[in-house]
Design a protein around this ligand. Structure first.
Ligand SMILES: [Zn+2]
Length: 126
């Protein structure tokens, strides 16, 4: 082979190899950046998930406490007479007890109570 042709071929190979090395390095740098960004995102999402788990646990506890309060309230025997919210006479009496209009509460045995004032006839369902 002609030495000049051989040298030209060698230089050509060098340029190609050097070029691909530069491209590979750029790809690696890009991938490294992507990895760092993905790791940050994973850390952020992990932290968010932990916070949400705590919130869900707190809300589940609060929900249980509220359900218990509602059940306790509806299981407490009603008073027979109250002060009327309209005329303020102690004549606000329990007329009847009905199943709760909300099926969820009705199915758990909850009821609503109809009160009527014997003085002014004001009625209220509690
Ligand atoms: Zn009244």
């Amino acid at each position: 082979m002609n030495p000049i042709t051989a040298l030209t071929d060698l230089l050509g190979k060098l340029v190609i190899e050097h070029g691909s090395a530069v491209i590979t390095e750029k790809n690696l740098a890009y991938l490294r950046d992507q990895l760092v960004a993905a790791e940050k995102e994973i850390n952020r999402l992990t932290s968010d998930n932990e916070n949400l788990k705590i919130k869900v646990a707190n809300l589940a506890d609060e929900n249980e406490q509220l359900k218990k309060k509602i059940n306790d309230f509806h299981k407490t025997p009603p008073k027979k007479e109250y002060v009327c919210p309209r005329c303020h006479e102690p004549a606000f009496k329990l007329i009847k007890q009905l199943p709760h209009p909300n099926k969820f509460f009705a199915n758990s045995g909850s009821t609503v109570r109809l009160y009527r004032c014997e003085k002014c006839n004001y009625e209220e369902t509690i």
